[in-house]
Design a protein around this ligand. Structure first.
Ligand code: GLN
Length: 388
């Protein structure tokens, strides 16, 4: 038979989602994929049921129901200091995942380079390939996951079309500072580069860290695409309601890609999302408090069990160096470490290599997701103390 598409040979399936399947098949405790195992907020569920009963069950406006786009425009004005026109500058997509691929498809031509901070959320690798871009990686170094300004400066050139920013960052928990974003924005303006920023964890911040949207910085609104979703903030990762905010000339292109990829994100869930965006400040305060407790709890458990965790400043993941456990688990590489860890302890993690461009699986890091019930994290503590 004729061969299948060549491009699909150039990347693998998601390791994050594979680890969930392995965990499920073994009755494991899933600290691999970043989705909550606790209930979604009652109010958002009621809003979705009401939307279905109110007959919002047919195709939505392809680029997003007006009610949701208005709510998004209002929310980014309040929280992100971004002003945008909901009629021409927002595209509602099936999650931030579709927003990212549709954005890259809308701006990239073959041969264009994109800058990606490494480690990176694993989707950005295939996103880059599928859009035809050539990636250039800039390293973020533990424990604080800072990047070297000179290395970043050297990554920019005439071929650079875009830089992907993800703050708060998955998997490292880094929160990009105003100073770092200013440095990036100066380079974007110097080299005429688009900033594509994934801000899905914008409300999940610890200690005194503040979220800054690069689109709000001087000279950046015309060259920034801001991506977000309701998945993480409202604990509804299966709903697939996300969006991209961009100047009208870019939005026009994103909307075309989106329309032919998926037509639209589920209509009733868009209506429920538009209500969630008006939750009171208390909701966000409680979210932070809850995740701060989970972060501190898991961080201590990992420290006590011989992992060397890096404390996140935002998002809901902990990256940990596992070299001290290498002799106990006796793996051949990162992937094998995660597989053997789940066999030994029933706890599922994501092997570090999945967040790096090198495929040698030798990072000696794993990622834990702690968006889980206190009971789940407690069981993990018991399992680790029993088996490690
Ligand atoms: N963001 C989640 C993670 O990193 C997964 C998202 C997904 O699987 N679509 O685990």
């Amino acid at each position: 038979m004729k061969e299948l598409s060549k491009i699909t040979e150039t990347f693998t399936e998601s390791v994050i989602r594979e680890m969930t399947r392995i965990s499920d098949s073994m009755g494991g405790y899933n600290l691999s994929q970043g989705f909550p195992d606790f209930d979604s907020p009652e109010k958002i569920k009621i809003a979705a049921i009401a939307a279905i009963n109110n007959n919002f069950n047919q195709y939505p406006v392809t680029f997003g129901e007006p009610e949701l786009r208005e709510a998004i425009a209002d929310k980014v004005r309040r929280y992100n200091n971004i002003s945008c026109n909901y009629k021409t500058e927002i595209t509602v997509t099936c999650g931030a995942t579709e927003a990212m691929i549709a954005t890259l498809k809308a701006i990239i031509n073959p041969g264009d380079e994109i800058i990606i901070f490494e480690p990176f959320y694993e989707n950005y690798g295939p996103d880059g390939i599928l859009s035809g871009a050539t990636p250039r990686y800039v390293t973020m170094n533990p424990p604080l996951w800072n990047f070297d300004y000179e290395e970043l400066e050297k990554a920019f050139n005439n071929k650079t079309k875009s830089i992907i920013i993800n703050t708060p960052n998955n998997p490292t928990g880094k929160v990009f500072s105003k100073e770092e974003l200013k440095f990036i924005s100066d380079l974007c303006q110097k080299w005429d580069v688009y900033a594509v920023t994934d801000e899905i964890y914008e409300h999940i911040l610890y200690d005194d860290n503040k979220h800054v949207s690069i689109a709000s910085m001087d000279g950046m609104s015309e060259r920034t695409i801001t991506i977000n979703s309701i998945s993480k903030t409202y604990s509804v990762t299966g709903w697939r309601v996300g969006w991209a905010i961009a100047p009208a000339r870019i939005t026009e292109r994103i909307r075309k890609i989106h329309d032919f990829l998926t037509v639209g994100s589920p209509t009733p869930l868009q209506h429920a999302a538009s209500k969630a965006l008006f939750f009171s400040d208390d909701y966000y305060k409680n979210l932070r408090l809850k995740y701060t407790e989970s972060r501190d709890f898991l961080f201590n458990v990992l420290n006590e069990t011989g992992f060397k965790p890096f404390k996140p400043r935002g998002a809901y993941y902990i990256m940990a160096d596992v070299s001290d456990l290498w002799n106990i688990i006796k793996p051949t590489d990162d992937y094998d470490f995660s597989c053997k860890l789940i066999e030994k302890t029933k706890v599922a993690t994501v092997p570090g290599f999945s967040f790096y461009s090198k495929s040698d699986k030798k990072t000696k890091q794993v990622r834990f997701a702690f968006c889980k019930k206190p009971e789940t994290l407690n069981i993990v503590k018991e399992l680790f103390s029993k088996y490690l």
